[in-house]
Design a protein. Structure first.
Length: 445
């Protein structure tokens, strides 16, 4: 085994390394690996060095059979195997790994639009100049994966290591075949819970943010997709893990179609360099949502009565396009189905993948969904209705993403987007304003 390729840039427990105890002892003696405490204590506060957790409520005591005593352990990273305070983490400190040298790693022969090209050059330039951060604000349907190819090509050629991290396993699964096709000679790994594509020697890693728990100072180029969906609020350790996985000089590229207000402020104050890609790859503007007020909408939905605005739309809708109906709660799925016969889908639905595939294959005409389909999915020709668009689950970013499902294909670049609400919220206004702003920027180019 090539130890450097396997161990470099990782932080692992001994049982995660397929080496015998004598081999580990030998590498330790030769200073090729180092042992680090897994749980440290500072001012009476524990810190898990493996998952970056420092929430004290997530530490507990457990008897240790090996030491015949009790130790503290971390409950936060228990899903990836328990770590007791007496266990050491192992870090590689031998020579840097070398991957197969390649003159032109990228074999993608498509071409970038002018706007994709502009972003692609900025990303490459950021990497070449060791710029720390760059945000790419690209509208839904801008074709962001292709914009990354030139920088990844450069990085691979320079024997650098690249990570593309995303909050969602679906996206990792979808990206793997595309990346393998674009970089056929490169060691690529896809990491998500139970992923079968682990070789442990990837030069290009596609990973959910959770899986970064195994990395430390590994990557020269860290691309974080959907930075706005990055669960900063739910799990504060994830940004720490992403940061730890970066080398000191690393360049971080953030991709988003809908930056959060804090990110927008940073961009406005020039604290975060940003490049706009305000136009879709097919060159057409984003569909502008129409908002329609319906009095007593929530009461009507609750009583399974069809809202006027909805009925009106259904009566006149084009039969060539499919229809996606977004509702704020699971309980509304069945209620809407009582006046609009259709398939339903939500996060916990065991047939979720199959239903989405059937919809993609146009075997289902209408799909009623919760926000799970707000992003990351592309259907070529759909209209979109949001029922109760004023509900709190539909924030500005969600509404912009939902509207972004329409008009994705060059063969049908328009599409209707209808927000039905019982009183316009600030979020609805801001979402429509954001779409108008991007279209204006796009028109100027
Ligand atoms: Zn012990
Ligand atoms: Zn932990």
């Amino acid at each position: 085994m090539n130890f450097a390729q396997f161990l470099s840039g990782k932080l692992l427990l001994p049982h995660e390394i397929p080496l015998s105890t004598p081999t580990i002892a030998y590498l330790l003696k030769n200073n090729q690996i180092a042992e680090l405490p897994s749980i440290t204590q500072h001012h009476k506060r524990y810190q898990c060095q493996r998952c970056c957790n420092n929430n004290q409520q997530l530490f507990a005591n457990l008897p240790c059979a090996r030491c015949q005593t009790e130790h503290v352990y971390c409950r936060h990273c228990i899903a990836t195997g328990r770590v007791l305070a007496c266990e050491k983490l192992i870090r590689w400190q031998g020579e840097k790994p070398r991957w197969t040298s390649q003159e032109t790693p990228c074999s993608w022969d498509g071409s970038l639009t002018k706007h994709q090209q502009h972003a692609a050059e900025a990303i490459q330039e950021a990497l070449k100049t060791n710029q720390q951060e760059l945000l790419i604000w690209a509208v839904c349907g801008a074709g962001k994966t292709e914009m990354l190819f030139p920088a990844i090509n450069f990085a691979i050629k320079e024997n650098k290591r690249v990570c593309l991290a995303t909050p969602r396993a679906d996206v990792v699964r979808e990206l793997l075949p595309r990346m393998k096709q674009a970089f056929p000679q490169t060691e690529i790994e896809a990491l998500y819970a139970d992923s079968p594509d682990r070789t442990e020697i990837g030069q290009l890693i596609l990973s959910t943010t959770h899986q970064l728990i195994r990395y430390q100072q590994a990557f020269d180029l860290m691309i974080i997709d959907e930075i706005d969906a990055f669960p900063f609020h739910h799990d504060p350790t994830l940004p720490l893990l992403a940061n730890r996985a970066c080398q000191k000089h690393a360049t971080r590229i953030y991709l988003t179609a809908t930056p959060r207000p804090v990110q927008q402020k940073k961009i406005a104050r020039k604290k975060l360099p940003a490049i706009f890609v305000p136009i879709r790859y097919h060159g057409h503007p984003l569909p502008i949502p129409q908002e329609k007020i319906e009095f007593h909408l929530r009461k009507k939905l609750d009583r399974k009565k069809v809202p006027h605005a909805f009925q009106q739309f259904i009566n006149t809708r084009s039969t060539t396009r499919q229809l996606l109906i977004f509702v704020p709660t699971i309980s509304l799925l069945e209620k809407v189905r009582s006046f609009c016969p259709a398939e339903t889908v939500h996060a916990g639905d065991p047939d979720r993948k199959e239903k989405v595939n059937l919809f993609r294959e146009k075997k289902i005409d209408i799909l009623i969904t919760t926000t799970i389909l707000e992003r990351g999915v592309t259907f070529p020709s759909v209209d979109v209705v949001v029922l109760d668009a004023g509900h709190q689950v539909f924030d500005e970013a969600a509404l912009v993403q939902i509207a972004g499902r329409a008009g994705r294909s060059p063969n049908d670049p328009t599409g209707n987007v209808i927000f039905i609400h019982q009183g316009k919220t600030e979020q609805i206004e801001q979402a429509i304003a954001q779409i108008n702003m991007m279209n204006k920027k796009g028109a100027k180019l």
